[in-house]
Ligand binder design. Structure first.
Ligand SMILES: [Zn+2]
Length: 472
């Protein structure tokens, strides 16, 4: 929602337009009667939108200008809004699914190549593709545009805007007063001119836990302020610490409170699943739902904790005037990271961290560059020796050659910080090529140290094929 437009990254000094959201505006309860009209509209809208989501995810390419296909009591204008929203949801679904499918094919190809060479590790299994379930719209979310809503500044002082929304009843729109909190007003006031910023005409309406919430947005131009030669701080993304920087700092963690809540939620979901299975056996028609409200809330809280952590990293006095490098997480590496940590976090939540880094860099005008993350956790930041064995456990990095020891995430962050503008790595076609480049750098380091003949401290077990042996 926050980043509606993805544009090419501008260089230092270039302005870029970003859309900022003003969230958590609660629609006033004094208007219960009016909001009831929204309550009546929401399920009809949601059902229609769902039809188009399914259509656009399966039978047709998403097209926000598509001619209406399904029958609905909603007006033509509302119908168009539903089609546009569905097209957006379907487009995101299709692109995420296709990225995951490409990753699967790459994994499979690599596996088959290894199987042919006889170099498959005994514990690794052939990658399996599990088809994605189609998006299901559960909670009412309406991305309304000028077709169906109108936002006007209020002349009365007791509230700020009138939001006029057309309803199921033709010619009977509701007018809902909107009251902003002080921090909303502050966000909306230009610091220099003290003028109220111009709001976009589209709004988002959400109903959560029985309450209607409004999201407004406005566009802002931000200048990239970072000097081209600003020092680079690398950011490693994880679960034990959401963010670890090459300056050696950690921000945020999934541990403690969140982890305990996640465990409780998982236990609850298991109990529910058992109950469902039991009732189904007995032939019960109506089964209790599997989606859990506490689960949804937990996901929201994890995202908020991530936002806080990334924010702290960007506002840290130590990080003023720097630029950032962060790992571009592929679906596979997200899966790996989530699995490595007992799947405490769903991959989608981990993906929220780079998104948040990008958003923070955009809104602050700070340069942040996504870099190749392959082997960043296995490469030694001192001598470039790259080996899975450099990681005796999840949190430790210990180089098998030079003996360098560090917190694993810190070591990875240092590697990432050096990958900005690394053309040689960017030119690599696959992970094998990347590893070869890193090992060449290790060789160069050894020559420099006059250690041409030194071998890794602990050699691998004998009997491995030459293909997997580290070049000496
Ligand atoms: Zn080393």
């Amino acid at each position: 929602m926050k980043q509606k437009h993805q544009r090419k990254r501008p260089k230092s000094g270039e302005p870029q337009r970003i859309t900022k959201a003003i969230t958590h505006i609660r629609l006033l309860e004094a208007n219960a009667g009016k909001l009831a009209a929204l309550d009546t509209l929401a399920p009809v809208y949601l059902a229609l939108c769902q039809h188009y989501v399914t259509l656009f995810c399966t039978a047709e390419q998403p097209n926000k200008l598509r001619d209406p296909l399904f029958h609905t009591p909603l007006s033509e204008r509302w119908h168009r809004v539903a089609i546009m929203q569905a097209a957006g949801i379907a487009r995101a679904f299709r692109s995420n699914r296709s990225a995951a499918y490409q990753q699967y094919q790459a994994d499979l190809e690599q596996y088959q190549k290894r199987a042919a060479d006889g170099t498959v590790a005994t514990e690794s299994k052939e990658p399996q593709w599990r088809e994605w379930t189609l998006p299901t719209l559960r909670e009412p979310c309406i991305q309304a545009n000028v077709n169906v809503v109108k936002l006007e500044t209020s002349q009365e002082s007791s509230f700020d805007y009138w939001l006029t929304v057309s309803t199921l009843e033709k010619g009977q729109p509701i007018a809902v007063p909107v009251k902003l909190a002080d921090y909303h007003k502050e966000q909306l006031t230009d610091a220099k001119t003290h003028q109220r910023k111009k709001l976009n005409s589209g709004v988002q309406l959400n109903k959560r836990d029985g309450v209607w919430w409004l999201t407004l947005s406005y566009d802002e131009e931000v200048q990239v302020e970072t000097a081209p030669d600003a020092p680079v701080v690398g950011i490693d993304v994880g679960i034990a610490h959401f963010v670890t920087t090459s300056t050696g700092k950690h921000y945020g963690s999934f541990h403690k409170d969140l982890r305990a809540r996640h465990k409780r939620d998982r236990a609850k979901r298991r109990r529910k699943a058992k109950l469902r299975a039991c009732l189904k056996k007995k032939g019960r028609q109506k089964l209790p739902s599997t989606s859990s409200r506490t689960g949804q809330r937990l996901i929201r809280h994890v995202k908020q904790a991530i936002n806080r952590a990334v924010n702290q990293c960007f506002t840290d006095p130590e990080h003023q005037g720097v630029q950032f490098a962060y790992e571009q997480l592929s679906v596979a590496s997200m899966r790996f990271k989530a699995r490595a940590q007992n799947a405490y976090l769903r991959a989608s939540n981990l993906g929220h961290i780079p998104q948040q880094i990008r958003w923070n860099s955009q809104k602050r005008g700070v340069q942040a560059t996504p870099v190749i993350s392959a082997y960043s956790s296995q490469e030694c930041s001192v001598c470039h020796y790259t080996d899975r064995k450099n990681r005796p456990d999840q949190r430790t990095f210990r180089c098998q050659v030079c003996g360098f020891e560090a917190h694993a995430d810190h070591n990875a962050a240092v590697n990432l910080s050096r990958r900005v503008g690394d053309r040689q790595l960017r030119a690599c076609r696959d992970r094998t090529a990347i590893k070869a480049v890193l090992m060449t750098r290790h060789e160069a380091w050894k020559q420099q140290q006059g250690m041409g003949n030194i071998r890794p401290v602990k050699r691998r077990k004998r009997g491995k094929s030459s293909a997997s042996r580290v070049p000496a």
